[in-house]
Write a protein that binds this ligand. Structure first.
Ligand code: SF4
Length: 177
């Protein structure tokens, strides 16, 4: 029997959730026995593939690239999991919602840099959305793993339960849904 195809994706987050995933250490070897890892920033595969069974999505939706990527992820995946507080609630990424996009860009690219004349709006930096969104604001989400970041043991227990066909005990954080 073929193994479930497993992916992880990284939107508007600090990568701390992926670092916590790597903290699974030797349990990663157990996981690799149970799933076929077909996409992850850790594996540096560029295109999100079709036919994914389970995907962990780290980070909130902060720019137009995230919107496009998340919609593709949803289209190509059977089970989408909001992975960590930024994906679940917006968390740190959504702190910029207190300010206008113009103010945020001004602060980041003009006031807070030592390099004079760093351009923005040049097609290299993706266009920011007016507001940072939770991933469930954009696509249907099947499961939620809260935490900033979720602890490695929590991630492992969650995935183990899911792969065994059980309802993960730490699921169900559907804020405002
Ligand atoms: Fe980083 Fe915490 Fe957001 Fe994860 S939930 S991406 S660790 S800030």
């Amino acid at each position: 029997m073929s193994k479930p195809r497993f992916a992880t994706a990284w939107l508007g987050g600090c990568s701390g959730c992926h670092m916590s995933f790597l903290d699974l250490d030797e349990r990663l070897l157990d996981l690799a026995e149970m799933v076929d890892i077909c996409y992850s920033p850790i594996a540096d595969i560029k295109e999100f593939p079709e036919g994914v069974d389970i995907v962990l999505v780290e980070g909130a939706v902060a720019n137009e690239d995230h919107l496009r990527d998340l919609r593709l992820i949803r289209e190509h995946s059977r089970i989408v999991i909001a992975f960590g507080d930024c994906a679940v609630t917006g968390n740190v990424t959504a702190m910029r919602n207190l300010f206008s996009v113009g103010d945020v860009l001004q602060r980041a690219y003009s006031e807070a840099t030592v390099v004079v004349g760093v351009p923005f709006g040049n097609g290299i930096v993706p266009k920011l959305l007016d507001r940072v969104l939770r991933i469930q604001d954009v696509v249907a989400v099947d499961h939620f793993v809260p935490g900033c970041p979720p602890k490695a043991g929590v991630i492992y227990d969650f995935l183990l339960a899911l792969l065994s066909g059980k309802k993960p005990s730490n699921d169900g954080w559907k804020f405002g849904s």
